[in-house]
Design a binder for this molecule. Structure first.
Ligand code: 13P
Length: 261
């Protein structure tokens, strides 16, 4: 099983900042280290910048020659047509995106993306050979009401039911991001995360008929170079989806260095 270190840059970084990020990584020493990590530790290092920077980040990743990948934070529910301001999965594939994040809680809550829209986005992304990083997670209130697992189950069932089981393991990565842990500095404890990740594997088998051992499940929510090691020790955590800490190249490198044990 691969380990994923995915940076979700959200609506951050301009061209100058992106160049600085890659200049830091583009020294012989850092490139050698990144190449070693990705090769020897079976890891994938992915970055999702804003749409307009995807092409630029793709070229900068290529310049490192270490197999880092670029992807998108979102994509349209529609294939093409009169949808002003939208970006299609096909256009993302064209520009070199490797993956698309679908169902981030910021999109569910601020942009009112519902289960059906997310299901459509997943189908379109897969049809254009984009990998999908599908986000799930409960709010604080839902957790306090002891509904966290049932909320996550519904999110998975409503948007993943009917998915081609034979492509799930290779094309879809799940990211458990408790809403209360995103951007708050308050991450789920390793035990809390492990408990939910184990529950998610149960939902994969029981509700979706998918072999849970083949699925990658990432944790996201205030992951930092300081807390990543304890999270990565958890059996059912196959990597991380990181916002704030992925913006700084030295922190991003440290996240990549954290051992999966
Ligand atoms: P933070 O790491 O900033 O909490 O963001 C998490 C996240 O939303 C990643 O998608």
């Amino acid at each position: 099983m691969k380990t994923y270190i995915i940076g979700n840059w959200k609506m951050n970084h301009n061209i100058g900042e992106i160049n600085n990020f890659f200049s830091f990584l583009n020294t012989e020493e850092q490139k050698k280290e990144l190449a070693r990590i990705l090769r020897d530790e079976n890891k994938e290092a992915w970055i999702a910048p804003q749409y307009i920077h995807i092409g630029m980040v793709k070229d900068l990743c290529a310049s490192l020659n270490v197999n880092m990948r670029v992807g998108s934070q979102n994509s349209s529910t529609h294939e093409k047509g009169a949808f002003t301001g939208e970006v299609s999965a096909k256009a993302l594939k064209d520009i070199g995106a490797h993956f698309v994040i679908v169902g981030h809680s910021e999109r569910r809550s601020m942009f009112k993306e519902d289960y059906k829209m997310l299901k459509d986005k997943i189908a379109l992304a897969l049809s254009f050979n984009l990998k999908v990083v599908f986000c799930i997670g409960e709010t604080l209130q839902e957790r306090e009401e002891k509904r966290a697992v049932s909320v996550v189950r519904t999110q998975m069932e409503e948007s993943l039911k009917g998915i081609d089981k034979s492509v799930f393991a290779s094309e879809i990565i799940l990211a458990y991001e408790p809403v209360w842990a995103i951007g708050t500095g308050k991450n789920a404890t390793p035990d809390e995360a492990q408990e939910m990740h184990a529950a998610i594997r149960g939902i994969l088998t029981n509700s979706l008929g998918i072999d849970p051992e083949t699925a990658a499940i990432l944790y996201g929510g205030s992951v930092s170079p300081t807390n990543i090691s304890d999270l990565m020790k958890q059996k059912d955590i196959n990597g991380v989806l990181v916002g704030g800490a992925s913006l700084k190249p030295d922190d991003y490198l440290k996240l990549c260095q954290a051992q999966k044990r």
